[in-house]
Design a protein around this ligand. Structure first.
Ligand code: HEC
Length: 319
């Protein structure tokens, strides 16, 4: 299972504390169960018909006070030092601003670069300043054992240093509305030179870890239409299918040329889907809502004019 991987130092530390406490618990469970079985046999009514009064035993009292005390203090110490480690980012960390909103994550780097997935160089510390644009969300990377609240009007900070290449899930841990379960992204851990090429490259620098961005799904075949790649990159396919399957939003299959029932400012209308309709639907989803689907759900797309044309061209091919 992906989340079980230890993909950052924080995961190793957190698991070490967990297994320490877990190991102690198992040892005590076995010890107490064995003792209980022994007593049941030893003080059975046949062997021990008359109950006897046992007076105090100072040595025993000291032993069972001091040993648990030491164990509890060791748990506290271990937990505390790891907590301290996880709350203090090294000075040389790169600081990334994380913004949570209903229902997506976005990341901004010190040089102003922005992305929808969190690119991170291998074995380099990254400090995260986590904020929210609307309400309380929870930033969680299971494979890093990294979790922190995203709260409006303040920045919560945490950090990580990835130890494995790969793409790891980012989830929201706070129920934040209808599409909470779709509020997903990825941390994409790439070799440092690949990260630098993207970070210092201009607008058109290739995205690092292309083959990992959609985690699990293989790299896009070279003949993939531009429009489809854009739909993937902009998260459209989280809510729309291209094969006829209804998802959160209507499928794109057979959309072009179809007569669509929509609501415009609350009034029912039937329109034929043409290019102009598609452009409006993508840039200004609130202006025309497809009947039977929720309004306020589709985020207005942030596409450049030529990207929008490529998307529309691609949608027209989905017969
Ligand atoms: C969070 C889910 C979500 C995402 C992400 C999303 N959409 Fe939508 N989309 C919807 C829903 C729900 C509707 C139907 C309600 C409406 O029309 O606003 C819709 C409607 C549409 C329609 C009109 C469909 C029809 O049957 O008339 C188009 C076109 C469309 N979306 C394109 C896109 C594109 C392109 C993207 C990516 C840039 C995108 N959507 C991202 C949820 C989403």
């Amino acid at each position: 299972m992906e989340w079980m991987k230890q993909a950052a130092i924080s995961a190793q530390k957190s698991d070490a504390v967990f297994f320490y406490v877990f190991g102690l618990s198992v040892a005590f469970l076995l010890f107490i169960t064995a003792l209980m079985i022994y007593f049941v046999i030893r003080y059975d009514k046949k062997r021990h018909p008359v109950a006897s009064q046992i007076e105090g035993h100072v040595g025993l009292e000291i032993v069972w006070t001091v040993i648990p005390l030491i164990l509890f203090l060791s748990i506290f110490y271990y937990g505390w030092t790891n907590y301290e480690y996880m709350s203090q980012a090294p000075r040389e960390s790169m600081v990334v601003k994380v913004m949570a909103r209903q229902w997506s994550w976005s990341f901004e780097y010190p040089n102003g670069k922005q992305s929808k997935v969190l690119f991170a160089p291998l074995e380099k510390p990254m400090k995260l300043e986590v904020r929210s644009a609307d309400m309380v969300h929870g930033f969680y990377v299971p494979s890093f054992r990294l979790k922190i609240d995203a709260v409006p009007a303040r920045a919560n900070t945490t950090w990580f240093q990835a130890t494995r290449l790969g793409a790891y899930d980012i989830e929201c841990t706070v129920i934040c509305g209808v599409d909470h379960s779709l509020m997903l992204s990825k941390v994409v851990v790439v070799p440092e030179d690949e990260f630098k090429a993207w970070y210092f490259g201009g607008e058109n620098a290739p995205e690092p870890g292309k083959s990992l961005t959609a985690a699990g799904t293989p790299a896009a075949p070279p003949d993939e239409p531009k429009g489809l790649a854009l739909l993937k990159a902009n998260g459209c396919l989280e809510c729309h299918s291209v094969d006829g399957k209804p998802m959160v939003g209507p499928t794109f299959k057979g959309l072009f040329g179809k007569s669509e029932q929509i609501k415009v400012a609350g009034v029912d209308q039937t329109v034929t889907v043409d290019e102009a309709y598609l452009r409006r639907a993508i840039l200004n989803p609130e202006s025309q809502v497809v009947r039977g689907y929720p309004a306020d759900t589709m985020p207005a797309a942030e596409l450049k004019p030529d990207e929008l044309s490529q998307v529309v061209t691609y949608l027209k091919t989905l017969k």
